[in-house]
Design a protein around this ligand. Sequence first.
Ligand code: SF4
Length: 856
Amino acid sequence: MLIAYREHEAERAALGLPPLPLNAEQAALLVELLKNPPAGEEAMLLNLLENRTPAGVDQAAYVKASFLADVAKGIASSPLITPTKAIELLGTMLGGYNVPALVSLLDTPLAEEAVKALSKTILMFDAFHDVADKVKAGNPHAQKLMESWANAEWFTNKPVLPTEIRAIVFKVDGETNTDDLSPAQEAWSRPDIPLHAKAMLVNKMPDGLQTIETLKKKGMPLAYVGDVVGTGSSRKSAINSVQWFMGDDIPNIPNKRTGGIVLGGKIAPIFFNTAEDSGALPIQCDVSQMKTGDEIIIKPYEGKVLNAQGAVISTFELAPLTMPDEVRAGGRIPLIIGRGLTGNARQMLGLPPSELFIKPIAPKDTGKGYTLAQKMVGRACGLPEGTGVRPGTYCEPKITTVGSQDTTGAMTRDELKELACLGFSADLVMQSFCHTAAYPKPVDIKLQHSLPEFMSSRGGVSLRPGDGVIHSWLNRLILPDTVGTGGDSHTRFPIGISFPAGSGLVAFGAAMGAMPLDMPESVLVRFKGTMQPGITLRDLVNAIPYAAIQRGDLTVGKQGKKNVFNGRILEIEGLPDLKVEQAFEFADASAERSANGCTVHLNKEPVIEFLTSNIVLMQNMIDNGYEDPRTLQRRIEAMQAWLAKPELLQPDADAEYAHIVEIDLNEITEPLVACPNDPDDIKPLSAVVGDKIDEVFIGSCMTNIGHYRAAAKVLEGAGGIPTRLWIAPPTRMDENQLRDEGVYSVFGVAGARTEIPGCSLCMGNQARVADKATVFSTSTRNFDNRMGKDARVYLGSAELAAVCALLGRMPTPKEYMDTVGDKLTKNADSIYKYLNFHQMSEYASKKVIPIAELVE
Ligand code: SF4
């Protein structure tokens, strides 16, 4: 084992990487060696046990904790580890498998040592009650431990956030999105934090890592500084990479770091939260006077950044107020868990609530009405019915539904292990494989084989590779007016509300069934008037930033960028009869607005239709062996209960919004497209006529079955086309239905490349468009290099995409209108028809499902 390990260590060292943490098999071999250590290997063996074996509920942690517990109890022995040392090491394992052993040691002569170990442990969960029982039974050690928790010694023993931090600036000019920090093409390596970190900024700043290495030689901490930081997907891996280069080691935890400083003119909300959760210090402030290599002095409590000469170069307000506690606790998540433990301990001991922690200040109640989002969150927080949560309030809403996709799933899994989670408290957690199903690498296949069991054994629902895109599935399982989250920035619910998050917070939400939230303000987008011929829903999606640009509420340039939606909740009114599938186009695209969440105000009829359909789908999933059937059954029953009394929350007429954007549908008379390469850079079709199009992508979670029928109608009878056309329907059910209807035969004649249901080019982590291609895409975002190297990408409707595919260029509005008017409007009823499973005999008879047939 040691020979193999040393070889591995040398291979990784040659790549400039630390060895991987031990797996369960290696840990078991290590245990045998520790019982009878070969001469000269003692230090190595101890180091492997102490510092290279994972903590939490990893299988290797299980092996380590069992061995140490046996040593502590005298069942096993090692000449290198005394029982006292074994307990000390158990105390470094965060929680999970180490906890039962430590709690049982409270009844032994080594109880004092167990108290020391457990007083640092906050991931106690149900084991808290075991300690409480010992207190009640008069165990003085349990009493001492309870007092330690009540006094928050786990917190007070840690250093406070300093009044002054000296750092060296590492600046990335302009906008850094999370794909720059954690490129999609390297998604497979994300669980291996040191390896993945090597891909940080490789496209945006090829000499970035070299610069970091040079700056580190100054012997001071580095601060990541950018004009706009962390836009795009919710990637924990992005902050992991920043922390790998600029953070601090975590004692006894292999290959992971915490801490670090991020200064940004604007920091995207999800990235900000992920940084908070991970123990970093994110600060929004003017960074124009900072450049790479500068020494700066940050005074967090005074809200100032000074240069080396002592002159103030930037000011800020440290937000949220609780930031010093978060940094001290090692992150917002440990703070919340620890505060809960302290609260429970004080209650158990009959003490008043602790005054030790900084309390968030609740905003003044204006006495006005509440928005739809505020009411949904209010209900999830258990407030009286119809009461909402005011913006700026810190709250912890109940999380009912959680989504996890494959490129963040492995990190969520690791976070769940560190949270010592063996069962989900959130009612429904779904795992998908949409990002890696089409062209998996060996590492993806491994994940596809191991993650379903991990999730379903905790009560989650796991999809299968090829089933399709997470959101297109998860949306079918959500409940009206409830709150959820997901490890993908497009986890946006068309009914209810979702606050997407990084994998740490997603794991927290899944494990605890609640999540921390600083309630954002809301921006109302109100549509009025009548939709004009040839205009699609996607045009209305693009109309939101277009209207904001025209009113000066949104700017396209990155320096000094203005974005009225940033960090707020987008609340959409005026289109109440949309189908829920259609409503998701709006919710989905709120991610591109950097909005924190989105609601769409619908009438109850489309919601009733949607839930009735989805009950049939879930029944089919149970019949076809999807795990965990109890979770699916519970969700079916919850939907049936809602349908028995179908009522939706309504916004109050006097609800307060931070801003209102009104859009007159009568004024949108031609398609609107997002131009290369910025989802905010919206122009009317007439402004881009004639631009040559090389490739067209019709796919992503922005599409539904109607889009493919519409595209086929445009292409029907045209024969070959001058562009490379990619087709990737969102789910297996869409694909099956489209094949049944003969729609795929049209794509075949056109020479389209049909991909299995999933993210495909939208993510750009597997197949990609040609370098420098000009692309028209129906997908969500067109950040530089996402779909292909130096590709220029337009974003717009499937209908316009099909016309572009046909012509090989952007059409004139007249060419577009002629096609749409002739081919689509006349057949609208048969084209824009959605998947109502309860009306499809093969689903209603429960025989289906194409899923099972295709899997076999
Ligand atoms: S289709 Fe695109 S936006 Fe949707 S989940 Fe996949 S990668 Fe994300």
